[in-house]
Design a protein around this ligand. Structure first.
Ligand code: C5P
Length: 250
């Protein structure tokens, strides 16, 4: 990972833009536009399955940092191999499922080395109480999230991905050094939640302890992306910067 700039007050470092599109031209245009303007470009499962390392390479060319959101979950040896591949592609953040357990997390951690920061995925946000019952996972969703985030921390993850609803809980239980990344962020005044069930404004998520906000459609599908991003950055800029070592910067 390259050196970070040390400018914790730069609000743009706290934004990860989700590049979710099936169209290569659009993907490229988003990389070009958002790359220099935000801290991280997030390449997800859809893009990576469609285009493979080429999309990471393109994002790297334009972006200040790359967040590869593959949510790895497999036997330790396989996850270690995939993590090493992500490392070789110059990825800065990579997601792995905490539910893969300690041995899988340890394997990912050792393959990640010093270059890739692992983020533990806790309970996927689409799972409700009846799903937990069907999966035979006892306890409330919040307890499950807390437990799996602790497992991720113990396994050497730099942070976790969680919904804005759980961010305050995890900040409290895992302390100030753990990087919390929250999707489901919707700028103030924007009513469309899309398919996100549990949303928060950038301000709320940051005040509750989030470090990095994952924002997709409110930016990428905005009629005026420049204005939408300016609104998000203004909202972030009004909050005191977190002391955490966040994103890489190229
Ligand atoms: O467009 P939108 O802002 O809803 O995009 C959110 C991004 O965050 C998507 O790439 C989605 O896959 C991702 N994400 C999520 N919920 C999670 C984990 C990741 O929405 N629990």
């Amino acid at each position: 990972m390259t050196e970070r700039p040390g400018d914790e007050a730069d609000p743009s470092r706290r934004v990860a833009v989700a590049l979710d599109t099936p169209d290569w031209e659009t993907f490229g245009a988003w990389c070009e536009f958002f790359g220099p303007r935000v801290g991280l470009l997030k390449v997800g499962l859809e893009a990576y399955t469609r285009w493979g390392p080429a999309c990471v390479e393109l994002a790297r060319r334009h972006g200040r940092g790359i967040f590869l959101d593959l949510k790895l979950h497999d036997i330790p040896n396989t996850v270690a191999g995939a993590t090493a591949a992500a490392r070789d592609q110059g990825v800065d953040y990579l997601t792995v499922h905490a539910a893969g357990g300690p041995a899988m997390l340890a394997a990912a951690r050792s393959a990640a080395g010093e270059d890739v920061r692992l983020l533990g995925v806790t309970l996927l946000t689409h799972l409700a109480a009846d799903d937990l019952e069907a999966l035979d996972l006892p306890g409330a969703a919040r307890e499950r999230v807390e437990r799996w985030a602790a497992l991720a921390a113990a396994g050497g993850c730099a942070g976790a991905v969680c919904s804005p609803r759980e961010v305050a809980l995890l900040r409290e239980s895992l302390g100030p050094g753990f990087v919390l990344v929250t999707p489901g962020v919707r700028p103030a005044g924007l009513v469309a939640a899309d398919d996100q069930r549990r949303t928060a404004t950038p301000e709320r998520a940051l005040r509750d302890g989030s470090d990095i906000l994952v924002i997709g459609r409110p930016l990428t599908r905005a009629a005026d992306p420049e204005a939408a991003l300016a609104q998000v950055l203004a909202e972030i800029g009004s909050i005191a910067p977190s002391p955490r070592d966040l994103a890489p910067a190229r």
